[in-house]
Design a protein around this ligand. Structure first.
Ligand SMILES: [Zn+2]
Length: 390
């Protein structure tokens, strides 16, 4: 009796399983019986003909007839069977291709029967793939926490109308130090702090190549190619000659910002950074500015935010807060008004223009935002750590 698709009335898992097995066994037998082109065409039409092929029938009799709650299960079953049939039908051609090749071959003539038997066995093995096994899962990747934080910081400034500029990681001494008003023999140039490219002793100092120690050179590149007003943020990777430990890394990321225009004052700087810190850490965060020194800004300041762990109280759960060393404040970034000397390097008029610059470490902010206690975790590539941010 050739197989006919039964009309199902029972849609329970065992009943579906039995129906599926009966259909697969028919597919097996019929595909193994294909030994010529004509056989194959009939086999193909019986299973795949659009109008009344077996695939169309299971769709009509099983899926359309299934009651609401079983629809999803039956749908998955019908789809899986469709894939299997669509795979098996073309493969059945292999039966007679080989058959004819073998028959034509004088030394193999005696063993034609064996070859066909082997061929059928192999086809049957393909059919016994267990379609109820779970499929292959391909996990979707996620943004690295450092990149995620960097994009968040950049997003805050983009919303304020800043554009994004990037620059090379290998810089000359001129862009990394000299044009930023670092005097000759400034200790930052020391090889204890800066990674220089080897073998450049014959070059003048300003042309020597190094791995940039901050993203500030991008500010110089930007001012060289852009006339004021300038409002840019420069995200990127920077390098220092530091050994890796819980709080230091030879590679880290910075976002620096620069605004140059007429009449820009320290108030604009304070307002901008206060807004940015609230956007990053929540509207209850307070900021304060402490005098500091950077060669390329004057005056310069360090910015502290009220401790997000103890709400600026310095005490948490009755004990001194460890995160702010009980001070209630956390130091987060450096900033200042652009030193007029810097304008001299880029042909800006210091009498007419003023501006501010700021820079922050992305890892430092990510550590605070996500409560990570060791900077090394960001660079070890351990999926167990990273997937927590997915
Ligand atoms: Zn605290």
């Amino acid at each position: 009796m050739p197989y006919t698709v039964p009309k199902l009335s029972d849609f329970s898992a065992p009943a579906l399983d039995a129906a599926m097995r009966e259909l697969l066994s028919a597919l097996d037998q019929e595909s193994a019986a294909v030994v010529s082109e004509n056989d194959w065409k009939a086999f193909r039409d019986r299973w795949m003909a659009r109008k009344n092929g077996i695939l169309t029938q299971i769709n009509d009799l099983w899926l359309k007839g299934a009651p609401g709650p079983s629809k999803r299960d039956v749908g998955q079953l019908v789809n899986a069977l469709r894939l299997l049939v669509e795979d098996r039908v073309p493969k059945a051609r292999g039966n007679f291709d080989t058959f004819e090749d073998v028959v034509g071959h004088p030394t193999l003539r005696g063993s034609v029967g064996e070859v066909i038997a082997l061929k059928r066995k192999r086809t049957a093995m393909v059919a016994s793939v267990d379609i109820t096994l779970p499929g292959i899962r391909r996990p979707i990747g996620a943004e690295h926490p450092v990149i995620k934080t960097m994009n968040e910081i950049v997003g805050v400034f983009r919303n304020l109308g800043y554009s994004v500029e990037e620059g090379p990681e290998i810089e000359t001494d001129y862009y990394n130090f000299e044009a930023l008003n670092f005097p000759p023999n400034h200790p930052a140039r020391d090889t204890q702090d800066t990674l220089f490219i080897a073998g450049q002793e014959s070059k003048p100092l300003r042309d020597r190549l190094l791995l940039r120690t901050h993203t500030s050179p991008v500010q110089i590149h930007t001012m060289q190619k852009m006339k004021p007003p300038v409002r840019v943020v420069c995200p990127g990777k920077v390098h220092r000659n530091d050994a890796l430990d819980a709080t230091h890394s030879p590679i880290f990321h910075q976002v620096e910002g620069l605004a140059v225009d007429t009449n820009i004052t320290f108030c604009d700087l304070k307002g901008t950074l206060d807004h940015a810190m609230k956007a990053l850490f929540g509207s209850s965060v307070k900021t304060r500015f402490y005098p500091s020194f950077f060669p390329f800004t004057e005056p310069s300041a360090d910015v502290q935010i009220s401790c997000i762990f103890c709400d600026g109280k310095g005490v948490r759960d009755g004990a001194p807060c460890r995160n702010c060393k009980a001070s209630g404040w956390i130091e987060l970034l450096g900033c200042g008004m652009v030193d007029p000397n810097v304008y001299g390097f880029v042909d800006y008029d210091p009498a007419r223009l003023s501006g501010f610059a700021f820079g922050m470490g992305v890892e430092r902010i990510a550590i605070l935002k996500y409560g990570v206690d060791d900077i090394e975790l960001f660079f070890q590539g351990d999926v167990r750590f990273l997937e927590q941010f997915g």
